[in-house]
Design a protein around this ligand. Structure first.
Ligand code: ADP
Length: 453
């Protein structure tokens, strides 16, 4: 069931219940008022008749009947007056069949006031006390006007009820449709968006209500998707370009060598050069693979508690083994007293790759191939600071160096592919951390890796 129908049914049920109770309440109250009012009138009439009959000596039965007939009588009124010996003293109208129901008379004597319905007639039995004697008056009549008013009220309420329900259904259908129209619009616009036209956006309407908020959020998501697609496209074309160049160099070198017979020394030289190129190629392809792999969810990586100082020492040892000309200075003087504050939860291998990239850059881009590493602890964060006195990073490059394949303007004479920092940032972000960079051109750079403890 769609939202429009659901809303309509819920709202209509609510209105029907409310109106039903309201109408029923009015009907019950009106019926009860009519009854009370009518019994009061019956009682007044009974009292007046008894007074005239018993108190006023001049009024005899016949005169009373005449008075009764000429006063404003109740519709189809019948009145009977009995003395305490159950003798019928008076009844009116003359054609009324006298009743002598001993059970009823005794009940009236006992309860003083008895009310009941005899078919459509309202009957009141009343005990009237006069000069030490008890008289029973039985009066009954048909509340023609009261009952017809109630019947009219019933018709009015029923017609009102049906009209209101119909109006609610029609208006509810229209308003629900109107309220949900923007959603239908968004749905049809979204249906038209695919990979080929990710630059399209849905209409944000008045930019204020919930549906506009939904459209805005959806547009923001589209923007992120589009950015992601553009990045991915750039990444693939950059990767293809970076891979093609070394392959061409290799192929050219091999073809050139094979053009004629060479001496042993020449072959050795060529193979050494090929090995160097292949190593670079292998580094590049590994970096590319890591970058693609780390784009996935972090839940796919094994994570455990790692002592950050131990991980840094292990990473530095591995770097020094591979690059004997690198000079790494470690400073762990500001370690926290509580060893637990050195623990972080993450993936050892990935973090090691991230640190290696920063250390490698620091050494690669400084003439003395030296890097200083400080381990600091601030509140709940661990800060690993990598400082060098190298070539520095131009101001305009600072924001861009974390983009895949971006290389600083001053770094082209040093080998590299521009994927190290992109990979590093992804790894640190995966560990809920971030990287801050400060750099002064020709003086040096400082990379602060901040990881939550
Ligand atoms: P690569 O080192 O292969 O060029 P990276 O992604 O590791 O790629 O670095 C991107 C760019 O950031 C480098 O080309 C360089 O311009 C700049 N950079 C990174 N680290 C340093 C540093 N310590 N000193 C100067 N420039 C740096």
């Amino acid at each position: 069931m769609n939202i429009r129908n659901k809303l309509l049914i819920q709202f209509s049920l609510f209105v029907i219940t409310l109106l039903g109770f309201f109408s029923l309440g009015i009907l019950l109250l009106s019926s009860s008022y009519r009854k009370t009012d009518y019994y009061t009138r019956l009682q007044d009439k009974a009292n007046t008749t008894a007074q005239l009959l018993l108190n006023v000596a001049e009024v005899d039965n016949e005169l009373l009947k005449i008075i009764d007939k000429n006063t404003q009588a109740l519709y189809q009124e019948r009145i009977f007056v009995f003395n305490d010996k159950d003798d019928l003293l008076y009844y009116n109208p003359p054609e009324a069949i006298p009743i002598n129901n001993k059970l009823l008379l005794n009940q009236v004597r006992k309860e003083k006031n008895v009310r009941f319905n005899d078919k459509e007639r309202e009957v009141l039995g009343l005990l009237y006390h006069y000069k030490g004697a008890d008289y029973v008056i039985i009066i009954s009549a048909f509340d023609k006007y009261g009952l017809s008013k109630i019947t009219n009220l019933k018709i009015i309420l029923l017609v009102g009820f049906i009209s209101c329900v119909l109006a609610t259904l029609i208006l509810g259908y229209i308003f629900a449709g109107r309220a949900l129209a923007p959603i239908s619009k968004v749905i049809s616009q979204v249906k038209n968006i695919s990979v080929t036209n990710l630059n399209q956006r849905v209409d944000e309407g008045n930019k204020k209500d919930e549906i506009a908020q939904l459209a805005i959020t959806f547009n923001q998501m589209l923007q992120r998707l589009e950015d992601g697609f553009i990045l991915q496209r750039e990444f693939v074309s950059n990767a293809a370009h970076e891979l093609r160049t070394p392959f061409t160099v290799l192929l050219t070198e091999v073809d050139y060598t094979l053009m004629q017979e060479r001496d042993r020394e020449y072959y050795k030289e060529v193979l050494t050069s090929l090995s160097r190129e292949i190593k670079k190629l292998s580094k590049l392809s590994n970096g590319l693979l890591d970058l693609a792999r780390i784009s996935f969810d972090k839940s796919t990586f094994n994570q455990k508690t790692i002592r950050i100082d131990e991980l840094i020492v292990e990473t530095c040892t591995a770097i020094m083994t591979a690059n004997s000309d690198y000079n790494i200075k470690l400073n762990f003087d500001a370690l926290p007293e509580n060893e637990k504050q050195l623990n972080i939860f993450g993936n050892e291998l990935l973090l090691s790759i991230a640190f290696t990239n920063i250390i490698d850059n620091a050494c690669k881009f400084s003439s003395f191939k030296t890097v200083q590493i400080d381990l600091l602890h601030e509140n709940t964060d661990l800060i690993i600071r990598f400082s060098d006195n190298g070539i520095g990073i131009p101001e305009e490059d600072l924001q861009k160096i974390f983009q895949p394949f971006y290389r600083g303007k001053n770094s082209h004479f040093i080998s590299g592919y521009g994927i190290g920092l992109a990979l590093t940032l992804k790894i640190i972000n995966l560990h809920n951390g971030h990287i801050q960079v400060k750099s002064v051109l020709n003086q040096g750079s400082e990379f602060n890796v901040i990881l939550p403890n």
